[in-house]
Design a protein around this ligand. Structure first.
Ligand code: ADP
Length: 387
């Protein structure tokens, strides 16, 4: 039976929450935390990380150094992450010393290795593309070509993932590290579902989001919710995402990335054990944003409603333009914010670089078409350059 979370909220100075990673995801979690007087402490390797000036305690440290992670977290009640590339050993030591760790270190460890993650899907009867593990320099021709090769560890935002179209291309460009190959999926749509599950086993999912990728930057360039899929596909996608979270007995918030293939099947691509780019529209689009929901799982508060507040919502990332360096200049943003239902979120990064995520803009509207039109307008009128 699912036990309800406590009706009294333990918050304010009596709840010490720490976050590993001080980027934009942590920053947006802090925005939600302020409303509930949750005081967030942050560790990040960069002294001017987006969270650095907004926390109760900021520690500059290496997230992969077990001792530094332990030292940062040892007096906290609970610790979470906004990036999965952290020292699991440090988190395990914290857990052993009585600090709650959300998500659990074992789950972060599982997800850090794309090979182990894929095997978890197979072992739990979760539909996913066929794959093979490849040793350093091993044979990658098992599925013929095209094939997708992924580094098992350390990839991020499309780095460490490549489609090799031909044998010739594969011998020139292949990764030589430990990797996996996946049969290339004929993708109709890339969709994702954000799921939250708390310690009591309460589980919620958000409506399905459809992502559009920028092939040059290898990042999501825009997304729209709800996805343009039929009701049966929508519920299948949400059920599959919740099945992954349930199978893992995961605690926290997880983004489940899915492929809808051209045969109408849904496959799990990968999961992220944290708030995600594909959930940014929930800030204005849903009753409880992904950041507020994540915080609730971490603080052990009851989960919030994921109901949408508008017929449609969307988002574009604001990436540094080609050749942009120096102090960021948000060209066209003044005009953009005059538009109805347009909300910029800037990440407070002091320096712009080409393709760097500098912020995003969410859009809400009465229909998918209206949101699409606004997103197109924003894509052609807003640019982040440097001065
Ligand atoms: P990352 O962890 O860098 O986000 P992903 O596994 O999400 O890496 O892959 C990045 C992109 O590569 C996906 O969004 C998709 O467009 C493409 N891709 C990944 N796996 C496959 C596959 N098996 N078949 C076809 N395309 C794929």
């Amino acid at each position: 039976m699912v036990k309800k979370a406590s009706t009294n909220l333990q918050t304010g100075p009596s709840l010490k929450i720490g976050v590993l990673g001080g980027g934009q995801l942590g920053r947006m979690m802090i925005q939600s935390a302020i409303d509930l007087d949750v005081r967030v402490e942050v560790m990040d390797p960069s002294k001017d990380a987006p969270c650095s000036s907004l926390t109760h305690r900021f520690v500059c440290g290496d997230l992969n150094d077990a001792d530094a992670v332990f030292e940062f977290g040892k007096d906290l009640d609970v610790i979470t992450i906004e990036i999965e590339n952290v020292s699991v050993e440090g988190l395990k030591r914290l857990e052993a010393s009585g600090v709650r760790v959300v998500p659990k270190p074992d789950h972060i460890e599982l997800i850090q290795d794309k090979g182990i993650q894929k095997q978890f899907f197979v072992d739990n009867d979760v539909a996913t593309s066929e794959f093979q593990l490849v040793e350093e320099g091993g044979d990658i021709s098992g599925f013929g070509f095209p094939v997708v090769q992924k580094l098992r560890k350390g990839g991020y935002d499309g780095r460490g993932v490549q489609m090799l179209k031909t044998e010739a291309e594969s011998s020139d460009n292949r990764f030589h590290e430990k990797s996996l190959i996946e049969r290339a999926v004929d993708i109709d749509k890339e969709i994702s579902v954000i799921v939250a599950r708390n310690t009591q086993g309460e589980i919620t999912s958000y409506p399905v989001v459809e992502s559009v990728f920028d092939p040059v930057a290898n990042l999501v360039s825009s997304l729209i919710a709800p996805a343009s899929i039929d009701a049966a596909t929508e519920s299948k996608a949400r059920e599959l995402a919740m099945k992954v979270v349930d199978a893992m007995q995961f605690e926290g918030l997880m983004a489940v990335e899915l492929f809808l293939n051209t045969d109408g099947e849904i496959l799990v691509n990968e999961v992220a054990p944290r708030t995600h780019n594909s959930g940014h529209h929930t800030i204005e689009g849903n009753r409880t944003s992904q950041f507020a929901q994540h915080l609730r799982t971490v603080a052990n508060f009851p989960l919030g409603s994921t109901a949408k507040l508008h017929n449609a919502a969307g988002m574009i990332n604001l990436l540094g333009a080609e050749g942009a360096f120096g102090n960021p200049v948000y060209e066209g943003l003044g005009t953009a914010i005059e538009m109805e239902g347009v909300n910029p979120h800037l990440y407070g990064k002091s320096q712009v670089k080409p393709h760097r995520k500098m912020g995003h803009i969410t859009v809400t509207g009465d229909s998918i078409e209206e949101v699409q039109n606004k997103l197109l307008k924003l894509q052609s009128s807003v640019r982040v350059t440097g001065a």
